[in-house]
Every structure is written in structure tokens, then in C-alpha cells.
Design a protein around this ligand. Structure first.
Ligand code: HEC
Ligand code: HEC
Ligand code: HEC
Ligand code: HEC
Ligand code: HEC
Length: 164
């Protein structure tokens, strides 16, 4: 009896977590600078890896430094208010305090380089970000999403592959 009640409670809290996750996934995060992926990726054809350059080398894809923005914005669109903010961070030698948009729970492990180097496209997991004016995570990272592809591609689905 106790066991089944515990199980019911666990299922209920799991559902609640799933629900909270769904809410978080659709809420838009405000950012210190109105950076647009649509402008950079779709209009000006800048490759994802130019800015997220550790995606092929490391666990995380990484967020570009102010220095990387300044490669172009020393000269491009310098009169725009949002671009002037970049120059201000650069002058003050401060990083831009971007807010995270997509994040897995702490008990999971996600090595970008493994999937990116195996040829899985960025937009498979970050769909629509190339068309967005503010970064948004449309694909929810449920365990099922990870497992489905691992099963299809014959990659390990052992619990310890993704849980640390
Ligand atoms: C490889 C060149 C390049 C890099 C690197 C780059 N940008 Fe841009 N950025 C552009 C171009 C091109 C435009 C469009 C200018 C225009 O509309 O005439 C632009 C426009 C912008 C605008 C103005 C959008 C608008 O229309 O109001 C902002 C803000 C901006 N970039 C932020 C950033 C930030 C933040 C970084 C660093 C993370 C960055 N950019 C890195 C090329 C670049
Ligand atoms: C010119 C640089 C630049 C390019 C090119 C670029 N990004 Fe970004 N990206 C950024 C910056 C700056 C942020 C942080 C600000 C934000 O969240 O909008 C970011 C944020 C993100 C985030 C959210 C990260 C988080 O959790 O906070 C994802 C996912 C992402 N980019 C994926 C991509 C993909 C996929 C591509 C190619 C289709 C791409 N980016 C191309 C600069 C770039
Ligand atoms: C198989 C799915 C998948 C693919 C492919 C993928 N990502 Fe991600 N991405 C994720 C997950 C999951 C997270 C959250 C990771 C975490 O919180 O540990 C994430 C987080 C990010 C972030 C946030 C910052 C960071 O370093 O964690 C950026 C930026 C990003 N991805 C960019 C990219 C780019 C660019 C590519 C292609 C070169 C790419 N991703 C390919 C699933 C993917
Ligand atoms: C669209 C397909 C796809 C999705 C979605 C996907 N993966 Fe993968 N993943 C792969 C492939 C392919 C490999 C194998 C790469 C290799 O052979 O090196 C891999 C490898 C891994 C590895 C290394 C496995 C090992 O044996 O060392 C981990 C950890 C991992 N993925 C975690 C995740 C997590 C966590 C998610 C969900 C957030 C996820 N993956 C979503 C395709 C995917
Ligand atoms: C391919 C990667 C992957 C594998 C393999 C995997 N998981 Fe997960 N698991 C995840 C991710 C990612 C999440 C987070 C999902 C979310 O936030 O909604 C998760 C969430 C969970 C949760 C929910 C925890 C919470 O935060 O509420 C449990 C329990 C769990 N996994 C157990 C397991 C067990 C048991 C196995 C082995 C049978 C396993 N997982 C194998 C990726 C994986």
C-alpha cells in the first residue's frame, strides 16, 4: 500500500515537473542586448559554429565573447542603440550577462561534440532559432526525445550514459 502510494506521489511530482518544464520552454527570456539569430544566421549567413565555436570540441557549445561581436561591430551598425551597448561592455571589459535559454537538469550529461561530430544538425535540437529575433528553445528536451534518437541510431541508452 505504502509502496503504491509512494509511486503515485512520484508520478504526480514527475507530471508537475514535466508541466513546469513545458511552461519554462515556451517562456521567452529577456536579454541585456536585443541579439537576433534571424539577422545574423538567416539574413547574413553566419555559421552557427563561428559563434558557438566549442560545439565540435567540448561538452558545451559556448556563448560568444564580446571580442567576437567586436570583430564586426567595430565597423558594422555602430550607430544602432543595441550595438552601442556592445561597445560599452567592450570599453568596460565586462562580459555581456546573457541569460540562459536552454538548460538540462544537473543530473544529466550532454556532450555537444559527440552529437555534432556524428553529423546531427544544430536545428534538429534547436529548431527555428535561425528564424527567431530572440533565442527560444522550441524542442523540449525530455528524456524520450534523447532516447528515441539513440534507439534509432544504435547509440547507448544505458542510464549512466546521460545521468551522472
Ligand atoms: C560576422 C559579423 C558579425 C558578428 C560576428 C556579429 N554581428 Fe551583429 N550584425 C552583423 C550584421 C551584418 C548586422 C546587420 C547590420 C544591418 O542591419 O545593416 C548585425 C546587426 C546586429 C544588431 C542590430 C540589429 C538591428 O537591426 O537593430 C545587433 C544588436 C547585433 N548585431 C548584435 C551582435 C552581437 C551581440 C554579437 C556578438 C554575439 C554580434 N552581433 C556579432 C554582423 C555581425
Ligand atoms: C553572430 C553570433 C551567433 C551566431 C552565428 C549564432 N548564435 Fe546562437 N547565440 C548567440 C548569442 C550572443 C547568444 C546568447 C544570447 C541569446 O540567447 O539570444 C546565443 C544563444 C543561442 C542559444 C541559446 C543558448 C542558451 O541556452 O542561452 C542557442 C540554442 C543557440 N544560440 C543556437 C544557435 C544555432 C543553432 C545557430 C545556427 C543556426 C546559432 N546559434 C548561431 C550568438 C550567435
Ligand atoms: C542532439 C541535440 C543537440 C544538438 C545536435 C545540438 N544541441 Fe545545443 N543544446 C542541446 C542541449 C540538450 C542543450 C542544453 C545542455 C545543458 O544544459 O547541459 C544545448 C545547449 C546549447 C547552447 C547553450 C550553451 C551551452 O553551451 O550549453 C548553445 C549555445 C547551443 N546548444 C548551440 C548549439 C549549436 C550551435 C549546435 C550545432 C553546432 C548545437 N547546439 C547542436 C542539444 C543539442
Ligand atoms: C537526433 C539524434 C540524437 C538526439 C536527439 C540525441 N542524441 Fe545523443 N547521440 C547521438 C549520436 C548519433 C551519438 C553517438 C556519437 C558517437 O558515436 O560518437 C550520441 C551520443 C551521446 C552521448 C555519448 C554516448 C557514449 O556512448 O559515450 C551522450 C552522453 C548523449 N548522446 C546524450 C544525449 C542526451 C542527454 C540527449 C537529449 C538531451 C541526446 N543525447 C539526444 C544522437 C542523438
Ligand atoms: C539518452 C540520454 C538518457 C538516457 C540514456 C537516460 N536518460 Fe533519464 N533523462 C534524460 C534527460 C535529458 C532527462 C531530463 C528530462 C527533463 O528535464 O524533462 C532525464 C530525466 C530522468 C528522470 C527524471 C528526473 C527528474 O528530474 O524528474 C529520471 C527518473 C530518469 N531520467 C531516469 C532514467 C533511467 C532509470 C534511465 C535508464 C533506464 C535513464 N534515465 C536513461 C536523459 C536520459
Amino acid at each position: 500500500m505504502l509502496r503504491s502510494r509512494l509511486k503515485a506521489a512520484a508520478v504526480a511530482s514527475f507530471l508537475l515537473l514535466a508541466l513546469l518544464g513545458a511552461v519554462a520552454a515556451t517562456a521567452q527570456t529577456s536579454q541585456p542586448i536585443a541579439y537576433s539569430h534571424r539577422v545574423h544566421v538567416t539574413n547574413f549567413k553566419i555559421d552557427c559554429r563561428f559563434c558557438h565555436s566549442s560545439a565540435t570540441k567540448s561538452t558545451s557549445a559556448g556563448i560568444p565573447s564580446v571580442e567576437k561581436c567586436m570583430i564586426c561591430h567595430r565597423a558594422i551598425a555602430v550607430d544602432r542603440p543595441e550595438v552601442k551597448k556592445i561597445a560599452q561592455y567592450w570599453k568596460e571589459k565586462k562580459p555581456i550577462p546573457w541569460n540562459r535559454v536552454t538548460e538540462l537538469p544537473d543530473h544529466t550529461y550532454f556532450p555537444h561534440k559527440r552529437m555534432v561530430n556524428a553529423g546531427v544538425a544544430c536545428l534538429t535540437c534547436h529548431p527555428g532559432i535561425d528564424q527567431a529575433d530572440a533565442a527560444i528553445q522550441k524542442q523540449e528536451f525530455t528524456m524520450g526525445f534523447c532516447m528515441d534518437c539513440h534507439r534509432k541510431r544504435g547509440v547507448s541508452i544505458d542510464c549512466w550514459t546521460c545521468h551522472v
